[in-house]
Design a protein around this ligand. Structure first.
Ligand code: LLP
Length: 388
């Protein structure tokens, strides 16, 4: 995936760092926009996936809106040139301060996650004589068939309003004069690779929007969230996700009423493949039963393997040409935790101290989830331009 020139550039850069392939990002955005445009769908980029400034600026320049989950993300989105009417604000725990500031910034829409939040938004909007535009996040009880920590659409999860709360919801909406109901919102989980999950979601959306229509509410926006998965096993085979199959599935199964808009909140599928974590081998070690490679990057730089047992493809960039001798290693980081392990029993070309290692598909939920545990340095990044 990386050219010789890029690897040469990596070799002279202090590790660890994130490398972002801007050409791949651009091609991904073009592919997504093309497919979304063909159905007149609107995509809000889920800023939580990556808020690296050049990455986000490119996304903004391609005309995407933005999905924020904190007041600071809303502020950041505005700093990065998104217009208030392009911003949606989601999250189960918005503070009064965050809500009031977002109202003052005149953002497009709050995705409301509970009955109590709805009452609070109405009250806070009333305090400053405003009307809050809202979408109700509904919990459709659809299994995303993904890791339990990134499943959000089941009744047992903390997200959204459940079916049994709808009558109460109706009553609150009817008596709240400082809210304007724009639509309904769903998000069932992340890294969804089985597209039938989205088909099930469509059925639930159809069913639930019927309820709103029957109650006399006008639903202008159907927001179906994000969640499209990427290929972590073989990133180069699917460098650009299959947006065609994804959007066309919604086109086939979602019942759209006239004048209705369909909104998406994609994060991972836009940015995951353009980012890699580049590290260097500090030490190799022969354990009792295993060979161990110790990198200068760890769970502090990329938390996904420790937190979700996530697989990321690991490549030795220094030994990739013509090597025939392979050894099985555990690849670990330097942090004082046994969970600081990137891979177990991984076959790599013979690996030595000083070799450059790429941990692939790290553009989403990588740099943004980095921490300074063990008082680690803040992770750096660089940009690769025109490698594709
Ligand atoms: N909309 C809502 C309401 C969300 O909660 C999320 C992600 C998205 C959209 C974007 O989903 P995406 O298209 O990126 O799948 N840290 C985890 C992922 C957490 C996802 C949280 N919500 C990971 O590294 O896998």
């Amino acid at each position: 995936m990386f050219s010789t020139e890029t690897i040469a550039k990596f070799s002279t850069t202090p590790t660890p760092f994130y490398a972002y392939d801007l050409a791949l990002l651009e091609n991904t955005l073009i592919a997504c926009q093309k497919q979304a445009d063909s159905y007149n769908y609107h995509v809000h980029y889920a800023l939580k996936a990556n808020f690296n400034e050049r990455v986000v600026k490119m996304i903004q320049q391609y005309g995407f809106g933005v999905d924020c989950v904190s007041g600071n993300e809303v502020t950041k989105a505005i700093e990065l040139n998104f217009k208030p009417h392009q911003i949606v604000f989601a999250g189960v725990g918005k503070s009064d301060k965050e809500i009031t500031e977002a109202l003052n910034k005149d953002i497009f829409c709050f995705n409301v996650e509970s009955l109590q939040e709805l009452e609070v938004i109405n009250q806070l909007a009333g305090n400053i004589s405003k009307k809050a535009r809202i979408a109700i996040r509904l919990n459709p009880n659809v299994d995303a068939k993904t890791h339990q920590y990134i499943t959000t659409g089941l009744e047992e999860n903390k997200f959204g309003i459940n079916a049994w709360e709808l009558d109460h919801l109706k009553e609150i909406i009817q008596r709240s004069s400082h809210i304007e109901l724009l639509g309904i919102h769903f998000h069932v989980g992340s890294q969804i690779t089985d597209l039938s999950v989205f088909q099930n979601l469509c059925y639930k959306v159809n069913e639930m929007q019927n309820w709103f229509t029957e109650q006399g509410f006008h639903i202008k926006i159907l927001n179906v969230g994000g969640g499209l998965g990427v290929n972590y096993q073989e990133p180069d085979n699917d460098a650009i996700p299959d947006f065609d199959s994804y959007f066309s599935l919604f086109n086939r199964h979602l019942q759209i009423q006239s004048g209705q808009e369909v909104h998406f909140e994609l994060g991972r599928s836009l940015v995951a493949q353009c980012g890699s974590l580049i590290a260097r081998v500090l030490y190799t070690k022969k354990g009792l039963k295993k060979n161990i490679v110790i990198l200068d990057a760890g769970m502090t730089e990329l938390m996904r393997p420790a937190l979700y047992q996530a697989y990321h493809k690991i490549e030795n960039l220094s030994q990739y040409q013509g090597t025939t001798e392979f050894v099985t290693y555990d690849v670990v980081g330097p942090i004082c935790e046994s969970s600081d392990t990137f891979a177990k029993n991984l076959s790599l070309p013979v690996t030595q101290r000083g070799n450059l290692i790429a941990i692939r598909t790290a553009g989403a939920y990588g740099e943004v989830m980095a921490s300074r545990y063990n008082l680690r340095d803040t992770i750096r990044h660089l940009y690769v331009e025109g490698d594709n």
